[in-house]
Write a protein that binds this ligand. Sequence first.
Ligand code: NDP
Length: 362
Amino acid sequence: MRGPIGADPASIDKGLRARAGYTSGHRSGPDAGLQQENRMLYRRLGSTGLKLSALSFGAWVTFGDQIARDEARNLIAAAWDNGINFFDNAEGYARGRAEQVMGDVIADLRLPRDGFCVSSKVFFGAVDDPRPTQHGLSRKHVTDACHAALKRLRVDYLDLYYCHRPDPDTPIAETVQAMDTLIRQGKVLYWGTSEWSAAQIQEAVDIARAGHLHAPSMEQPQYNLLHRDRVEREYAPLYADAGLGTTIWSPLASGLLTGKYNAGVDAQSRLGQAQTAWLKDLVLGDPAEQRLEKVRRFTALAAQLGQSPAQLAIAWCLRNPNVSSVILGASRVGQLQENLGALRLFDTMDETVWQQVDAAFD
Ligand code: NDP
């Protein structure tokens, strides 16, 4: 297998074939939606045929902002080397710079286009002080933002394209039609939502079904030990009825669940950065002590078990069968490597451990 720098297409191909299970054959039957191919797990995106790595990798805060381009390259290379096949992005991340960096790095590494999936999200816009047509979910902005993301990411189509938030100023039917058009044009393969209510997703599904249009295939919600209600309760009817998949964000609550903020905020970490000052209160909660108390209980339990809290928290997300992919974030390769160890815990921890974990969060 190649090292993290300087991709050799022949060795990529060899590694990919091994990971794809060509040497060990394919699984079928009841667990066909959840395959273990070498170490990485691959799960179906809801009822679609698309298999995403159960751990994927996203660019929020880090790419184009917090980290240098070389580190971004090392992160994508390490993710790819470990079987990650889905890279998440959005027009709004660092005002489009995150997509630019990701596109350059993927091209530079010469990853085969049919071996990876890349996403974008539309809503927030990619410029400061956007004009009315430069944000939201109108047919115009959904279309313009798709074209801009294709250029920045240097691809001919987006595998996944999300509506980053609901837009109260655009009828859901208009957005459904715009997404359907992009799919028919071959510019998008699967479309979905992010942080829409179950009622809004259901409305989009109903409109699509009635009009023989492509319905949303996935949601991108926050899901972690501190934030679980929407994924576990609100969306519950949508998994079977609409075949909804989920690609979940902030599995570590922006790093909080690693325990790194238990004794205060370090200036080098995400919540210590000037550009993410707005995030600090959101993540630590108000009052901060209540959340931190739960996290301290959790990290004490992890220490007692001799396990990394980050791995335990990510493995906990993987246990939910309605989670298609857990999107990891990392500012350093060492973090990503540690977090990938969640796959081992997911396989080996028994039920009593998960009960203890749940108990730490009441
Ligand atoms: P996490 O909750 O996992 O937070 C990642 C951050 O935590 C890292 O950047 C790093 O920050 C810290 N960290 C990660 N691993 C470790 C470790 N092992 N030890 C110590 N610190 C660690 O995920 P994100 O919040 O980044 O979300 C993941 C992805 O989800 C995003 O990149 C994005 O693609 C997507 N997302 C989508 C949203 C949406 O609205 N749809 C919203 C937010 C994210 P540091 O080193 O700087 O402290």
